[in-house]
Design a binder for this molecule. Structure first.
Ligand code: SF4
Length: 286
């Protein structure tokens, strides 16, 4: 059984830098992270072990002096509130998320109605729109009715959105609102695009795809969706312990991909377990 890793997979620089900052010995023992730094159970465990505290929102009790904003970002007003309460704010917002904040501010300043293509309840999207008086979030073509009556819309994307789906939404806007002026800024980040393109390529070559990432990781679920759309059997797992040998009983070629918050050590463990499974007596007899 051949095993191939997607040419781009796993932790991106934004998530890696945020984790390194949180684990920095100078702050980790007096640090609270607001929200999930990464959607990855192994990394969350490592942070707990280092003494880092985590809360879901700034409305929860925060007992440490240092507070970290995650790579997903937050509205400026939220960071200000934390400073006003006397906390030292460590802003681990990824530069590519900050680019989306800048893009939408520019669109608003130029008089466009701001629109985000993304998941309305995702922390990154809440951060992008959190300081705006008025905005629209579109997660699929079904939401386009929300744009009725608008004449000028300026559109950005959640950084981890599928660029293919964003383009479909843009096409539909063109069909349904032919007189609407549209300014689109493609803010899907390069690491996300690289992983989406790589899984697209690899899923066409393999019999089974293993998609590694947190159960609630939005970008991992999008990688899974690419496999499903290409008609490939794909299994979404968080760790090597979830691999089932029978998944590979008739597989000649297995691919591995992983979301942007999956550490490379977790991918290595899964790869090693796949090699072990491929060499096991059960499969050798297939
Ligand atoms: S997925 Fe993209 S935007 Fe998000 S942290 Fe990684 S590089 Fe930054």
């Amino acid at each position: 059984m051949r095993i191939t890793r997607a040419r781009a997979l796993g932790t991106c620089f934004g998530v890696r830098d945020a984790i390194d900052a949180a684990l920095s010995s100078s702050i980790s023992t007096d640090l609270t992270i607001v929200g999930q730094l990464v959607h990855n159970p192994q990394t969350v465990q490592k942070l707990h072990e280092a003494g880092v505290q985590m809360v879901d929102s700034i409305d929860d009790e925060i007992q440490t002096r240092n507070v970290m904003i995650t790579a997903h970002g937050a509205p400026a007003s939220l960071k200000q509130k934390l400073s006003d309460r006397g906390h030292i704010v460590y802003d681990a917002t990824c530069p590519l998320v900050l680019r989306v904040h800048q893009a939408i501010r520019r669109l608003v300043a130029e008089g466009w109605h701001p629109v985000v293509i993304g998941q309305p309840d995702h922390v990154e999207v809440r951060g992008i729109v959190g300081d705006l008086d008025e905005y629209t979030v579109i997660s699929s073509v079904d939401d386009l009715t929300q744009l009725e009556g608008r004449s000028r819309v300026g559109i950005v994307c959640q950084t981890t959105h599928r660029i293919r789906q964003a383009k479909e939404i843009l096409e539909q806007i063109g069909h349904r609102f032919p007189t609407m002026e549209v300014e689109f800024i493609d803010t899907v980040c390069k690491p996300t695009k690289d992983r989406q393109e790589a899984v697209e390529e690899l899923s066409l070559q393999v019999d089974v795809m293993i998609v590694v990432g947190g159960a609630n990781s939005s970008n991992t679920l999008k990688l899974l969706k690419v496999c499903q759309e290409n008609g490939i059997t794909a299994h979404h797992i968080e760790s090597q312990a979830q691999l089932e040998p029978e998944w590979f009983a008739s597989a000649d070629h297995v691919g591995i991909t992983a979301g942007t918050s999956t550490p490379h050590e977790v991918i290595d463990q899964i790869h090693a377990r796949l090699i072990q499974i491929s060499k096991s007596g059960d499969l050798a007899s297939e």
